[in-house]
Design a protein around this ligand. Structure first.
Ligand code: KG4
Ligand code: ZN
Length: 341
């Protein structure tokens, strides 16, 4: 079964063809970083307009790279939410038009469920149950993935900023550019992670929730104080110390979640899963504690349509949520299968 995946939830226009939810035949991503970087963040209206320009060429390119035509496609999976409504609508309208023209089934996919699925695309030995730490620009969630198909339980989430958002905001404070995550990641390699002792919010708290806005303020206070007293600010040290704090909290909470749910496997997913410090620290801690760890290759960490086609295949195969042309965007779409504790 060949599924065409379409992803336009934020500032990446992506289309992908995936076979049987496993084999990626193509995964085209058109980034809009150049357009938004001068504004220091994604400008929703500009994102929607760029998606309109990109969507048809990106889909055409995904089909041709996979060496297939629309006639070979068996179903369409499109991101329904969460995301920017204007951006989501471009992907959804295009998917519906293709579905109508070609008589193909269509499903609306939860973007976060796509991120969780991204690990299955590359790790055939990954089996539930496991803990998934989903860390992106919009979310920081700890999710228990049960053995039942698409069985999810939300264990914790951020109380304020998402981890990726904290990276982006701290990069802005340091005048480093956008998106901040990859820039801070790179700069951290030149800095001392122990130079400044930033707080580890909630790390010893019993809950599995996160908070990053206080950490961001701690970085701001450090910069303001240093400027007031004429102290030299070593940007690489600030970046490395901030990253170490985020990484510590994310890692310890993921390990705690695995202990509580008595699973032996942890996965990380989403844009921040590309962070080299997080990958390293998680690997060390999982090795020490005897957990198996999986994370996607860099291209599958950030937004992409392959993960949407992957989970879309499971949904289409089971005719679970076969949507029709009534499918609409859902900016705050939540998992239907969440059991909140
Ligand atoms: O999953 P994603 O592509 O989009 C959302 O669903 O939000 O994640 C984007 C986020 C941005 O905040 C970006 O700064 C962050 O992921 N990011 C990183 C790295 N690469 C991307 N954060 C830390 N280290 C990285 N290497
Ligand atoms: Zn994402």
């Amino acid at each position: 079964m060949l599924v065409l995946g379409i992803e336009t939830s934020c500032d990446e226009t992506s289309a992908s063809v995936v076979e049987n939810g496993k084999k990626i035949l193509s995964n085209i991503v058109a980034s809009q970083i150049d357009i938004h970087s001068k504004f220091g963040g994604v400008v929703p209206e500009l994102a929607s307009r760029k998606h309109i320009q990109n969507i048809i060429p990106v889909i055409t390119s995904a089909l041709s790279s996979a060496n297939v035509s629309l006639d070979d496609i068996d179903g369409i999976a499109v991101t329904q939410g969460p995301g920017l409504v204007g951006s989501l609508l471009i992907g959804i309208s295009t998917a519906k038009a293709l579905s109508f023209a070609k008589g193909l089934p269509i499903v609306g996919v939860n973007h976060l469920e796509g991120h969780i699925y991204s690990n299955y695309l590359e790790h055939s030995d990954l089996k539930p149950p496991f803990i998934s730490l989903v860390v992106s620009g919009g979310h920081t969630d700890l999710i228990y993935v049960g053995i039942g198909e698409r069985e999810y339980e939300k264990l914790g989430q951020t109380m304020d900023d998402a981890a990726g958002e904290a990276f982006d905001k701290v990069a802005k404070l340091l005048d480093l550019g956008y998106p901040g995550g990859p820039i801070i990641d790179k700069l951290s390699k030149e800095g001392n992670p122990k130079a400044i002792s930033f707080p580890r919010p909630y790390v010893w708290d019993h809950s599995l929730n996160f908070s990053f806005s206080g950490l961001k303020t701690a970085v701001l206070n450090y910069i303001v104080n240093a400027q007031k007293t004429g102290q030299y600010i070593n940007t690489a040290d600030v970046a490395a110390s901030f990253q170490a704090s985020v990484v510590d909290v994310l890692t310890e909470k993921a390990i705690k979640a695995a202990e509580i749910k008595k699973t032996d496997t942890i996965t990380i997913a989403g844009g921040v899963a590309a962070n080299s410090g997080l990958r390293e620290r998680m690997s060390e801690r999982c090795q020490e504690s005897g957990y198996k760890l999986f994370y996607p290759s860099l291209k599958l960490c950030t937004d992409n349509a392959a993960m949407i086609a992957g989970i879309g295949y499971i949904m289409l195969k089971n005719s679970l949520e076969n949507n029709d042309l009534e499918l609409d965007s859902d900016a705050i779409k939540r998992f239907k299968f969440y059991k909140k504790i």
